[in-house]
Design a binder for this molecule. Structure first.
Ligand code: APR
Length: 388
């Protein structure tokens, strides 16, 4: 079994297959230190924690993860908080930075004899519609090699070889460009408040998400095409303070901006999530906007579903699981997409002509008012915000 990519999807899958005695190899383009240092997401849904605990992969997050159950909205109509841990199904997030989760998963996999090759970039996947697909790779020393396997799991993200190798027309691509861009920032500063904060402002959206006691994630909505380096650190902090209404609700705790990147918000779903013996999971299968922190949680969920289907097929000769894999994942993916879309509309006006955008703006303010005042709306929000 070949797994392309050592991210949350690939490493969860590798651990589950290896634990069931299925010989698998993870091929990863980056080096091991790069994989373990890459700071991405950090909010694990309750279901993700349950999956990791079910398979003995939760030791690190149990030791270092921190429960989180409050979010705050700051808008032109005031500020309100939702203690979502006491709403809906009463589920909470566990804050466990992704580079720590990936390190936990990778260490667990390698310590138990799992095989992974770093600095090994998959170039193409061929003959996926046959019974022994071939993966051409560029080895760490620059040589080209090939791997063959009964199945290939494409867990190599949005720009990986798996997606590229699917022939045009073999799968349907559902794509939506939200027309929005966020400047994502990692600040070497403690959180400015004890909640995830979503600030809605006429100048644009701003977000605050704790990562660790020393590092905090911020987002600033920016014009499409903005260069990550266009803004000075002072301008970034001043704009964050303005949009988060720091003068009214308290100052932000500033620090060096250690990492910045502009993300153009777009969503993408492939259907089905496979092409013959090439099976997709995680960002290779579908892309979400970061508005609801679902990406890594979907990746772990899909990896568990795919592992179960592959074990049924390879160990027990039951192909039904693989036949139903795509449909089962797509049901979860579309619910996550729908909620992420709802969150985007809640936090941003809509691009478009003035009269339309003023209409959308009024809808946005009404949605926020419902969320601030209606218990049933808050229960719905809590269930979808933490759920996957
Ligand atoms: N060959 C081998 N490895 C590759 C290739 C390739 N051609 N292309 C990409 N990779 C590796 C990347 O270096 C990365 O380590 O595949 C891995 C993909 O990991 P992620 O991008 O984290 O994707 P996934 O595991 O699906 O996790 C999805 O986690 O990163 C968060 O929130 C983010 O939604 C995202 C979620």
């Amino acid at each position: 079994m070949l797994i392309l990519g050592a991210g949350p999807a690939g490493l969860t899958l590798g651990n589950l297959l290896h634990a069931s005695g299925i010989d698998c190899v993870v091929l990863e383009r980056a080096t091991r230190p790069q994989v373990q240092a890459r700071s991405r997401a950090g909010f694990l849904a309750a279901n993700t924690v349950r999956i990791l605990e079910r398979h003995g992969l939760a030791e690190g997050l149990r030791l270092r993860g921190r429960e989180h159950a409050t979010c705050e909205f700051r808008t032109e109509d005031g500020r309100f908080r939702l203690d979502y841990g006491s709403l809906g199904r009463g589920e909470r997030h566990t804050v466990h930075p992704q580079h720590e989760l990936v390190t936990d998963l990778l260490t667990h996999y390698l310590d138990r004899g799992g095989r992974a090759y770093f600095g090994t970039e998959a170039l193409t996947v061929r003959d996926a519609d046959g019974t022994r697909p071939t993966v051409t790779v560029r080895e760490a020393d620059g040589r080209t090699g090939t791997w063959r396997s009964r199945y290939v799991a494409g867990c190599d993200g949005r720009h990986g070889a798996a997606r590229r190798s699917i022939p045009p027309g073999a799968v349907r691509r559902h794509h939506l460009d939200h027309g929005l861009s966020w400047l994502g920032l990692l600040a070497e500063a403690p959180p400015s408040l004890d909640a995830v904060a979503y600030a809605v402002h006429r100048r644009g959206f701003a977000g605050h998400m704790a990562r660790t006691p020393e590092v905090t994630r911020y987002y600033l909505q920016c014009e499409r095409g903005t260069s990550p380096d266009a803004w000075s650190e002072d301008r970034i902090w001043d704009e964050l303070a303005l949009r988060m209404r720091a003068a009214e609700y308290g100052p932000l705790r500033r620090g060096r901006i250690a990492h910045r990147a502009v993300v153009d918000l777009a969503s993408d779903v492939l259907e089905p999530l496979r092409h013959g013996a090439l099976l997709l999971a995680g960002d290779a299968a579908s892309l979400l906007s970061p508005s609801a922190a679902k990406g890594a949680n979907l990746a772990v969920l899909e990896a568990e579903l795919l592992a179960g289907a592959l074990i049924d097929d390879l160990r027990h000769g039951r192909p039904e699981g693989l036949a139903g894999y795509s449909a089962r994942c797509l049901a979860h993916i579309w619910r996550a997409q729908e909620f992420s879309q709802w969150m985007l509309r809640l936090l941003h006006g809509a691009p478009g002509p003035a009269d339309e955008s003023s209409f959308h703006d009024a809808l946005r303010r009404s949605r926020l008012a419902s969320l601030a005042t209606s218990r049933s709306c808050q229960d719905w929000f809590a269930e979808h915000y933490v759920g996957v």
